[in-house]
Design a protein around this ligand. Sequence first.
Ligand SMILES: *Cc1c(COP(=O)(O)O)cnc(C)c1O
Length: 439
Amino acid sequence: MSKTLKDCRALDAQDPLRALRHQFSLPEGVIYLDGNSLGALPKTTAARVAEAVTHEWGQGLIRSWNSAGWFDMPQRLGNKIAQLIGAAPGEVVATDSTSINLYKVLSAALHMAAEDAPTRKVLISERSNFPTDLYIAEGLCRQRGLRLVLVEPEDLADALTADVAVLMLTHVNYRTGAMHNMKSVTAAAHNAGILTVWDLAHSAGAVPVDLNGARADFSVGCGYKYLNGGPGAPAFVWVNPKHADRFWQPLSGWWGHAVPFEFTPDYRPAPGITRYLCGTQPILSMVALECGLDTVLAAQPMGGTAALRRKSLALTDLFIELVETHCSGHGLGLATPRDHAQRGSQVCLTRQTGAYAIVQALIARGVIGDFRSGDSSTFRQAQDGPCSGKTGMPDILRFGFTPLYIGFEDIWNAVEHLKQVLETAEWKKPEFNQKNAVT
Ligand SMILES: *Cc1c(COP(=O)(O)O)cnc(C)c1O
């Protein structure tokens, strides 16, 4: 039998992570299912940023690079992130954007491959990877005279051939929520002599990650999604220590220099991950990122990422179950894998038409998710659901579940709203059918 509202309330009452929700300042009446795109605001952030502005900047002025610890923030925050991704202290820096960090690590990986295996001329990724990852890869391939080959996830194993230099994947797919097995994919790549680059944008803070356990080579991730660092928050970068000293990444700025304050005219890379820094960091954004990281680290005494994962799976299971029992007959399909081992912390529903308007109608009711178009020729039909639209690709209604602040009753209420939007055809109203720039 399907769960009731009473069951959902009982699950909230038993939830060991329930208290963590109070770390966030969420608007009254909002059920926020978009923390996979922009994490919620921690209650500490506004005051902490104000203090950094008025006290550290206003009073401390340039002295704060030392006295307020500004200069070491990339490493200090990197050490906090390391705890969430199976990295050791000193292996991660918080810096720049995901796109820029990807340029650095992909360059390093391609450079290493060119030295070790010059006949390998192919970079492999997934066709449904996030566009910026593919665009950065495309730019680098043009620069280096390499070929970018995009495959479907089911064709990945066969694509790991002797001409491949690097495999670049996003651990959890932004569009479908499907998750790769990092350990087995990395092992398969290594067996074929291929280096791996993992993007953790939809993983860090949401699902357990063990970069060292998987023996991955390079990794990047995002600060403003599940890490709650705020819009445009600094991202992060990890390089396997066995590769870190081998190559200077191409954005060889002074923050990555061994002794930046000697101001020497020639570049000498710092040892380890510090060489993956480029220039002066956005300190106010770093301050906000640290508040976000602390909200995730607050789960450590309660079981950390394993406990977050348990709750996340319970939330996504419940959402799927309630949508299937309460909203059947309305043309919704499921793009996210049912198998826990293959599911990130989001659920993506498919619909041939009206997905955008349904999401808008839900947002008007305070249930915030987002829409991802199926128009793109790069997106293949999900396993289930008929397929008859103009391109054959169903659109996606995407819902992210942040176990830090989403509860079981929220799920019940969100599905209740979805049911009403569908049953009353509320989504057909003209105001829900006009597209905004950011979806
Ligand atoms: C969100 C996301 C990004 C974002 O990159 P920016 O440089 O922050 O714009 C990159 N890659 C993936 C896979 C993402 O999900």
